[in-house]
Design a protein around this ligand. Sequence first.
Ligand code: SF4
Length: 347
Amino acid sequence: MKDLLNHHPSAWPEIFAQMGVAKFHGRNAARWVFQRGAHSWTEMTDLPANLREQLQAEAPLGCAKLLTSSGAKDGAEKVLLELEDSATVEAVGMPGTAGRTVCLSTQVGCPVRCAFCASGLEGLGRNLSQGEILEQALWLRRAQGPFQRVVIMGMGEAGFNLDAVLGALDVLMDPEGFGMSARRITLSTVGPKGALPRIAEWGRPVTLALSLHAPDDALRHELVPGVAKRTIEETLTEVDELFAANGREYTVEYVLLAGVNDSPDQATALADLLFQRRCHVNLIPYNPVEETEFDRPSDYSMESFAKRLQDRGLSVTLRRSLGRQADAACGQLRRRQRPPSRPATEV
Ligand code: SF4
């Protein structure tokens, strides 16, 4: 599966031909994996038995193993997957009014090391391949059922792994893949150098979520050290250019940290920055991470911050955090070890 999932399904017939197998079996296998959810060749009962044996030997399906699946009372469910090299990665499925959303990771760890986030605590392990990103979606669908939205907001910074991320999104959107509408996909990034122009050039109308978290450069460089050489203004200019290219309004993500970035003056400064820009602001209450020392602001403080932005005409959501009980909320995903004595969960 690893090799095949690294290729767009339209390439599968040719790959099958190179293995000496009729091309139509490649198209059929892609349908089994992306539309019918097969995780092994043996499930593809309309393939001849000797062909299934050949494929099992030459292109085994399923390099990621499901280690654990844990849920919170609010319905969010996190899966921990072990990859071929024993690296682990987490992904989350969440219920919502418009159906289930899955949140996928793009790297093992994260080089950006945001001060409030568990994912960056140990820095970057490695990039995930296109196939490893897609396997998270396949496992979540198998464990929890169909999903209607995808957010690329798990562990890792997508902007540092764009070949694999954009390849995975192409498969998610393709009728031969998951067949999703671009409008149901959100791609989150802190906007490292070169990433936003590359996404604009790619041109698909997914929603971009810019992780901003501060209204001035000095504080942003402290909270988001991985983009310390970028100014907010140049980043926002690039996001505006992306809007001009794909016509999709973007969201601005802002994690609220008590006494750090939640003052009335900071709300005014943020409103000044975003005034008349084609964006929606997502305010995210800080989710506790053991190793950090931040606090979540009071409800009053968060609502006042939101109101200041709304009073300036900005569209604002104060986000409900799902998955806190399972450490599956925003900023809580992390690299984990394989549980020593627990067998892999069967789904
Ligand atoms: S918030 Fe995102 S970019 Fe920042 S460390 Fe966490 S995963 Fe990386």
